[in-house]
Each structure stands twice: as C-alpha cells, then as structure tokens.
Design a protein around this ligand. Structure first.
Ligand code: HEM
Length: 191
C-alpha cells in the first residue's frame, strides 16, 4: 500500500510552514543567486587584472555551490512535499505557483551548468574553492565557448525576470493580502 507523504515542517499562526532544512536551502540559494547576479553584471566590465581573475573564480565557486544547493533542494522536495497552500489562495494562483517555482529551479540548474560548460569550453578547469578540481564537461572549443557564453548571458536575463516576478508575488501576498505565504518560508515564527 503506498505511504502518503506528510509535509515535514512547523506551524505558525497562518498554518503549516516549510521545514527548517527547506528554509535553509532556500535562503542560502537566494543570497548566493542575488550576489552572483550582481557580481556577474559588474565583473564582465572589469579591466583584465588580478582582481578580475579572483572575482571570476569566486563567481564560479559560488555558482557551483548553487548547483549543489539546487540538487539538494530537488532531493529534499522529492522526499518531502511543500506544505499545502492556505485556503485563501485563489485557484489561478495555485495553478501558476508551481510553474513559477519549476521555472526558477530549472534556471538554477541551467545557469551553473552553462557556466561550468563555458569554462570547460574555454579550456579553463574549475578548481572548486581552490581545493577540489572539477572535471571538464567538454573539451576546449572556441565556437562552443561563444555559444555557451551567449546562453549564460540570456539565461541570466531570464533568471532576473523570474526572480523579479517571484519577489513581486511574495510582496503581494505579504504586504497586500497578508495571507502568510511569505511567513511559511521565513526563518522565524513571528506572525
Ligand atoms: C546560479 C548561478 C550563476 C548565476 C546567477 C550567474 C550569473 C552570471 C551573470 C549575471 C553574468 C554576467 C553576464 C553578462 O552580463 O555578460 C555571468 C557571467 C559569467 N559567469 Fe556566471 N552565473 C552563475 C554560475 C556560473 C558558474 C557555475 C560559472 C563557471 C563555473 C560561471 C561563469 C561565468 C563566467 C566565466 C562569466 C563571464 C562571461 C564573460 O566574460 O562574458 N557562472 N554569470
């Protein structure tokens, strides 16, 4: 007989909340991605220098960390479903929310993978945090490098759009509707 999965998490004044593990993965990813987008937009304009080299390395290392965090999140979600949405959430929002979350997760895989592939195609291996050499995903290929660079650029623009929509939706729920959606993911229990 199949075992029904019960969401693992806490409770606040609005209803069930995400589990501490899901919250930790979410907020670590959020901070890393916002940093990567900001630094990514800035670093490409830097003059060739030691600073540029170091910033590129940190961008790559944190980017690969996002890949690991996203893989862990997918594993977590697979074993632990998110808490059900409160009754106050409209039907169209129930239908749209999973599509938005899937788009985010897909981009959080595609962004670091395109970056890692790009680095490999450029002939520059990634040594994670200067300690763990990662395998090259493809061999050196200038045309492929240019294609992946363009892909990384456009994926980052798509990610910016989806992140802005995500934050706007959260803002709408928390500030206008007061329906507790944001508090389900927030780190403290304050209602
Ligand atoms: C979630 C993860 C990531 C995000 C959000 C992100 C974001 C960005 C952004 C916004 C840019 C600037 C694009 C532009 O305006 O030209 C960029 C550039 C770049 N990223 Fe990432 N990135 C991520 C992961 C990675 C990874 C894992 C690597 C490599 C292992 C990487 C390597 C690069 C490189 C080499 C550039 C510079 C490309 C150039 O010089 O034109 N990125 N990234």
């Amino acid at each position: 007989m199949p075992i029904e999965r019960i969401p693992l998490g806490g409770q606040n004044a609005f209803g069930p909340t995400y589990h501490a593990a899901a919250k930790t993965l979410h907020w670590l990813t959020a901070v890393a991605v916002l940093g990567l987008l900001g630094v990514g937009l800035w670093m490409t304009g830097l003059q060739v220098s030691l600073l540029k080299l170091q910033v590129y390395n940190w961008h790559k290392w944190i980017g690969v960390a996002v890949l690991v965090l996203t893989a862990l999140r997918l594993l977590w979600r697979w074993r632990n479903p998110p808490p059900p949405l409160p009754d106050a959430v409209a039907r169209w929002e129930r239908a749209l929310a999973p599509a938005g979350h899937r788009a985010l997760l897909l981009l959080l895989l595609a962004m670091p993978l395109s970056g890692w592939l790009m680095s490999s195609a450029a002939g520059i291996s990634v040594i994670w945090f200067g300690m763990l050499p990662l395998p090259d995903l493809v061999s050196r290929d200038t045309a492929l490098f240019e294609a992946l660079r363009t892909a990384h650029f456009w994926l980052s623009r798509a990610l910016i759009v989806v992140v802005v929509l995500h934050v706007a939706a959260v803002f709408h729920h928390d500030v206008i509707r007061h329906d507790g959606i944001f508090r389900r993911m927030w780190l403290t229990r304050r209602a």
